[in-house]
Every structure is written in structure tokens, then in C-alpha cells.
Design a protein around this ligand. Structure first.
Ligand SMILES: [Zn+2]
Length: 571
């Protein structure tokens, strides 16, 4: 919510002739002083608490933007002088201005798909779900499936699994496919089963169950692996659909105050969609893309394509995402020792270490930055080993290898990061989402290295902050709160979880600005508010330096500015 009245956020139209006259006088004065008159600014922000991250001028009151870059930073008077007749002026009323916030690790398309899904969480009547399906049926083009997530039969009278009929009646001509709140079961209508070729003769797949009625006909609910029967019949999305998802997602991200996203794994169809959106002038934010180098498929065809930078001022593709291990929650992260709550289990490699090294080396040879998901202490160690060997073999000039997540690091490995130039791409809110069970997984000793921001920063390593949305909420204010407090939004636990690893507010802000900009090779253009830097700014409702930490998450985003344009405005 905004605390700045609408009147101050709107441009302040003054009689144009007066401004023009003042401008002419000013220009004349400048000429008289022997200086050429400066072009007027496009947008000026005054009366703000501007945190620049620029050591030459750490704080200011006002900023002028022109032609997509920062024209000047200074006092209200200095900046007001740069207004011309067409300049938009915004009085910030003391709101905080920071360099445009960046999420260094998120999944734009997944968030969009989630937004396009019917949200069925907490719906207590099947009739309501049928109504939602009927509405969506009217809105979608022919052939598109209605998908949704979050139903829970325990909220309904009778608490029984549903059958296909309410969905079949709501959308007889279109497939409907809705997953349960835990993802372990999904609910189809007749059309979906028909398209998938599921009949009473379809056998139960291993690890799955088809719910059936007394006569053996599938009822419409598919449990665990049986969900694949319907999933695999889903049509590949069209280009238009992908663009729609990206667009919805980016609008949501702009509202969260983000000016740039590092999209942590894209396929060629996503890159094409991004480029088309950029061509059409429909990309509100900058995106920094990582090829999807995770799966079994070869990454050669991807890295054979030359990287590109700043296409249409919006799109960069110069990184590859790799993945060595799984996640801690499902005990897939790879550890040197057994999981403390699962003896004999040390996790699973998603990519074998020698293959990871091969891919890292190949990507570096082709001029790509390598970003590897590594979570367990052994996964992290082997990733550092792989980087060490690949760097020695390729000797790239400015490789900036990244470790994504770095969730449970061995103390001894922290000192290896900086000499190799490794960037820590970490997600502050993962700590406060996982703290309820993470200690159980790893025990007290290894637990000291959980989300070890302090160790990382104190060793001189740069943190690029993100959220991994839609895994965690996309809001950087939530991440900043987690980084500073290591508490959840109810301020639990008192004093914070492993409080010795907290970041300061300054460090956390830098991780979302200068740190993330460095991780994208943009530190000379982004991450600071200084003349010549990109005109990417975030305006936060309250000065975070002055609010109690427990209020950071609710400080509100008022403006998101990218390439000098206001892409989100909430009042
Ligand atoms: Zn991710």
C-alpha cells in the first residue's frame, strides 16, 4: 500500500508557458555562463530518501532521468532545475529510492503458468470450482486446457474424492485438469480422459492409482504416477500462450518492485518469446537469461548459439544453468555424510560430477557464464572442484561462475570461493521458509553452514540475491526482511534462526542491486544511482533504514522504473 497521495505521484502539470519561459531563461543563463544548455529531464523525482550505492554520493534527495539513463543525482533544488516543459515530476514525500531491485534467480514462465492456473486453494464447495471452470472456459481459445491447482476434498462436505461430472458439465468441449493441494493427485473431466485415451481398460501404472467406480470406469481422479497418463496428453503451448505467461508474470514482478530478473533456465521457445515481446515493446523489465542445461538433453546446440547482450535494452542471454544435486526438503541435496533424519541417505546427483565439469568447460569455451544449482555440502564442493578444473582448462577472461542456492556449505569450502571468483546466488527467503525442518536434515554441526550469508560476505564473496519464485514469493521486500531478521513474517523465532548469519540492511540491499548487477556483468550500468547509469529505480513506500525490521516486508512498493519508464505505480 502506498502512503504517497495520488496527487503527488501524478505529474504536476504547471502552466506550460510559464515552464517554457523559465526554461528559456535558464538556457539563456547557461549560455551566458559559457555552458551549453542541458537537455531537460524526462522524469524527475524529488523529496525522496535516495540511497545510491555510489560511494561518491551515497545519499541524495532527488534524481533526474533522461533518455533511459540517470542524468543527475542531487538536492531537490539541483534537480528541479533540470525540469523542462515536458518533464514529468514526482514528489516522493520522503519515500525511499534505491537502485532498481533485481531478482538474481527466478522462473518467469513458471510464475506465469501459475498465475494462469485456476487457484483452488481454500475453495470449500465443488460448485464454486465448477463456476470457476465455466468462467475460464469462456475466456480461453479453442483447444487450450483449463488447468488449476490447490483443491482439497477435506474442505468439502463428505470429504470424498470428487468425480469428473461437475467438470465435464462445466466445460464439456474442453479438457480440464486440476491438481490437488499437495500435487499427489489430479482431477480430470471426461474430455481430458478422452484426449489422453484413458478408458476402463487402462491398467494402473507402477506407483500410481486410477480411481474407479463400481463398474471399473475411471472416475476422473488420478493419484501419483497415474497423473502422467493425462499430463503427457497436454498440448505443447503455443508461442502466443508462452508470451501471455511471460507477460502476466513480468507485470506481477514489476509490481513487486523488481526491474530485472535473472531467469534461471530457459528453453529456445522461451528465448524466442522474450525476443518477440521485446520487438513489440512489451517487455516491462530487463531479463538476464540462462539456458536450461539441467536435463539429459545435450547443451551443445544451445551454447553453439552466440551469447547476446541487451537486445532492445531488455534481453541478455549469456549464461547456462546447470544442476548438480536436488533439494534438501526432499532429501535430494548431496551431502558428505548421511542425512541426520535419514540414515544411509546422502542425496542424489541430478548431473554426475564429471558431466557437470564437461558442461561447465564447454559453456565457458563458448563465452557463457556458468550458474550451477548446488545445495548440499558435497554438491557444493564438487561444483567448486568442477569450476576449478574448467577454469584452469579454458582460462576465460571474465568468467564470473555462479553457485545457485549454496544452501549448506562446509566451513572449509567458503575460503575457496573468492580465489575462483565464484559468485554466491542466494535466496534469503529460502532460509526462513526452510528453517522449520532444515536443522533436522543436517544436525547441529552442519547446520552452522545453512544459508551462511555471513561466512560468504565476510570472505569477500559477492552475494546476488533472489527468491527462486514461484518457489518462494517474488517480493524482494520479503527477501530483505528474511535477510535482516532470519525470522518469518510472524517474527519467529525470537532473535532469528542461526542469527550469526544475518545480513545488515545495507548488505541485503546491495545483494539485490549491485551484487545482482555484478552477477550479470552490469555493474558499470546498473546497481547504482549515478549519472550515466541505467534509469532503473525502485521506490519503496517507507525508508527501510528508519522502520523496525519487522515492518520491512510491508513497506510497500510505489514505483518501479525501467529504462526511465514507470512500469508499475501503486498509490
Ligand atoms: Zn530455481
Amino acid at each position: 500500500m502506498s502512503r504517497v497521495p495520488a496527487s503527488r505521484l501524478r505529474g504536476l502539470p504547471a502552466p506550460t508557458f510559464l515552464l517554457a519561459a523559465a526554461w528559456a531563461a535558464l538556457s539563456a543563463a547557461a549560455c551566458a555562463a559559457g555552458r551549453p544548455p542541458e537537455m531537460p529531464a524526462d522524469l524527475i523525482l524529488t523529496n525522496g530518501a535516495v540511497v545510491t550505492e555510489d560511494p561518491a554520493r551515497p545519499e541524495a534527495r532527488a534524481v533526474a532521468l533522461r533518455g533511459g539513463t540517470v542524468a543527475a543525482v542531487g538536492s531537490d533544488d539541483d534537480i528541479a532545475r533540470l525540469a523542462g516543459p515536458k518533464t514529468r515530476r514526482i514528489d516522493l514525500g520522503g519515500a525511499m529510492v534505491v537502485p532498481g531491485l533485481i531478482d538474481a534467480h527466478g522462473h518467469v514462465r513458471s510464475l506465469g503458468e501459475e498465475l494462469a492456473n485456476l487457484d483452488l486453494h481454500g475453495v470449500v464447495r465443488i460448485e464454486e470450482i465448477a463456476r470457476m471452470v465455466r468462467e475460464r472456459d469462456k475466456a480461453l481459445p479453442a483447444g487450450a486446457w483449463i488447468t488449476g491447482h490447490g483443491w482439497d476434498q477435506n474442505l468439502w462436505p463428505g470429504k470424498k474424492f470428487p468425480d469428473h461430472r461437475p467438470l465435464t458439465e462445466a466445460a464439456p468441449g474442453r479438457a480440464v485438469w486440476l491438481s490437488r493441494v499437495d500435487g499427489h493427485a489430479s482431477w480430470a473431466n471426461l474430455k481430458a480422459m478422452e484426449i489422453a485415451g484413458v478408458t476402463r481398460r487402462t491398467p494402473e501404472p507402477p506407483g500410481g492409482k486410477i480411481e474407479r467406480d463400481a463398474s471399473g470406469d475411471p472416475t476422473g481422479v488420478f493419484v501419483d504416477n497415474a497423473q502422467d497418463l493425462i499430463d503427457k496428453a497436454k498440448p505443447a503451448p503455443t508461442r502466443a500462450r508462452i508470451k501471455e505467461w511471460l507477460g502476466m508474470s513480468l507485470q506481477r514482478l514489476a509490481a513487486a518492485g523488481l526491474t530485472e530478473i535473472h531467469d534461471a533456465s530457459v528453453d529456445p521457445e522461451d528465448v524466442d518469446a522474450y525476443r518477440e515481446l521485446a520487438d513489440e515493446g512489451k517487455l516491462p523489465l530487463r531479463v538476464y537469461l540462462m539456458w536450461n542445461g539441467i536435463g539429459k538433453s545435450r547443451i551443445e546446440p544451445l551454447v553453439e548459439q552466440p551469447p547476446f547482450v541487451n537486445y532492445k535494452d531488455r534481453v541478455t542471454l549469456r549464461a547456462v544453468k546447470l544442476m548438480i544435486d536436488g533439494a534438501m526438503g526432499s532429501r535430494g541435496a548431496v551431502f558428505l555424510d548421511d542425512y541426520s533424519d535419514d540414515k544411509g541417505n546422502r542425496g542424489l546427483f541430478v548431473t554426475e560430477p564429471d558431466e557437470l565439469e564437461r558442461r561447465a568447460e564447454m559453456a565457458m569455451r563458448k563465452g557463457y557464464q556458468v550458474c550451477t544449482h548446488a545445495i548440499g555440502d558435497r554438491g557444493i564442493r564438487l561444483t567448486i572442484d568442477a569450476y576449478e578444473k574448467a577454469l584452469a582448462a579454458v582460462k576465460p577472461s571474465d568468467p564470473r561462475p555462479r553457485i545457485e542456492h549454496l544452501q549448506c556449505v562446509a566451513r572449509a569450502d567458503v575460503a575457496r570461493l573468492k580465489p575462483l571468483g565464484i559468485i554466491a546466488s542466494m535466496q534469503p527467503s529460502h532460509a526462513t521458509s526452510d528453517m522449520y525442518w532444515a536443522d533436522d536434515r543436517v544436525g547441529a554441526e552442519r547446520g552452522r553452514g545453512l544459508y551462511a550469508w555471513r561466512w560468504v560476505l565476510d570472505s569477500g564473496v559477492i552475494i546476488a540475491a533472489g527468491s527462486d519464485f514461484p518457489v518462494d514469493p517474488e517480493k524482494p521486500l520479503i527477501g530483505l526482511h528474511s535477510a535482516v531478521t532470519r525470522q518469518d513474517l510472524k517474527n519467529w523465532p525470537a532473535g532469528g534462526w542461526h542469527p550469526d548469519q544475518k545480513m545488515t540492511l545495507d548488505e541485503a540491499l546491495r545483494a539485490y542491486t549491485a551484487g545482482a548487477a555484478y552477477a550479470a556483468y552490469e555493474e558499470d550500468r546498473k546497481g547504482k544511482i549515478a549519472p550515466g547509469y541505467w534509469a532503473d529505480l525502485t521506490v519503496i513506500g517507507r525508508d527501510l533504514r528508519k522502520v523496525p525490521p519487522e515492518e520491512i516486508a510491508n513497506a510497500g512498493i510505489e514505483l518501479t522504473i525501467v529504462v526511465g519508464a514507470v512500469v508499475n505505480e501503486s498509490r
